[in-house]
Design a protein around this ligand. Structure first.
Ligand SMILES: CC(C)(COP(=O)(O)OP(=O)(O)OC[C@H]1O[C@@H](n2cnc3c(N)ncnc32)[C@H](O)[C@@H]1O)[C@@H](O)C(=O)NCCC(=O)NCCS
Ligand SMILES: Nc1ncnc2c1ncn2[C@@H]1O[C@H](COP(=O)(O)OP(=O)(O)OP(=O)(O)O)[C@@H](O)[C@H]1O
Length: 203
């Protein structure tokens, strides 16, 4: 089976691209979605996170206080490493579980930190980067509940645009000035190519 790793910086357009690919028949395994379910009520990661970060990590509504946790991990490398040591093995495990239920033309793993970690590069046949300049990332993310400082901080922690592009077998350009329709056209071309390629990856 053909396995594509789809990556890109925060706010680059991975979700937009993966939704289009899903419509074309790709089987999508989204690591952000897995991370969310692991940290929602009853999620397997939640007790482990409370153990490391304390009860303060749960807000008054009983849910994980994502905003508080972001403040802890994005300004403290060792806190981030602690969270990642809880999350990454679980994300990897549940990605493998989802892979066993594979139905579709080919598989797309959506992984924000694909080039920052080693495990994902070994799991995929090709890396596709959704490429986007920093100013556009900041503009898109400013519509979310994130401060400008936090947005810049997350971007600075992640791999630099050009370092990420070095790993790319395929690129989807999604800078400012590229409309969603233009993204659609690029995604359709990638899909046609990957679908053709998938026939050589039948096992
Ligand atoms: C800190 C958490 C709880 C905040 O939750 P929230 O719902 O606000 O964030 P969300 O899951 O939507 O992530 C948004 C984006 O933040 C970036 N991001 C998340 N974690 C990290 C990280 N450890 N390092 C760098 N960037 C990160 C990614 O670009 C991601 O797409 C969450 O991001 C998380 O669980 N992070 C650790 C797991 C992880 O490393 N995920 C990345 C996928 S492999
Ligand atoms: N070409 C585009 N034109 C207009 N809006 C866009 C374009 N590409 C993405 N967007 C918008 O930008 C925002 C961020 O895109 P998206 O959620 O797909 O990024 P992401 O890489 O999945 O982000 P994250 O890393 O946070 O998960 C969304 O609101 C999306 O609709």
């Amino acid at each position: 089976m053909l396995k594509i790793g789809l990556t890109g910086g925060i706010g680059s357009g991975k979700t937009l691209v993966s939704c289009l690919l899903r419509d074309f028949g790709a089987y999508i395994i989204d690591t952000d979605e897995i991370a969310k379910s692991l940290t929602n009520i009853g999620g397997e990661a939640l007790p482990k996170i409370v153990k490391v970060f304390g009860k303060r990590v749960i807000g008054s509504n009983g849910l994980l206080d994502r905003s508080w946790l972001r403040e802890q991990i994005f300004y403290d490398n060792s806190a981030r490493a602690s969270l990642e040591s809880i999350m990454h093995p679980l994300i990897s495990y549940y990605s493998d579980m989802m892979l066993r239920q594979y139905v579709g033309l080919y598989v797309v793993f959506v992984v924000p930190l694909l080039v920052e970690t080693t495990i994902w590069l070994d799991k995929v046949n090709r890396v596709c980067v959704v490429d986007c300049d920093k100013e556009t990332q900041i503009r898109r993310l400013s519509e979310r509940n994130l401060s400008l400082d936090m947005i810049k901080r997350i971007i600075s922690i992640q791999s630099d645009r050009y370092a990420r592009l070095k790993f790319a077998d395929d690129i989807i350009m999604n800078d400012s000035g590229i409309s969603k329709h233009e993204v659609f056209k690029q995604v359709k071309m990638k899909h046609n190519f990957w679908y053709m390629l998938s026939k050589k990856f039948l096992v």
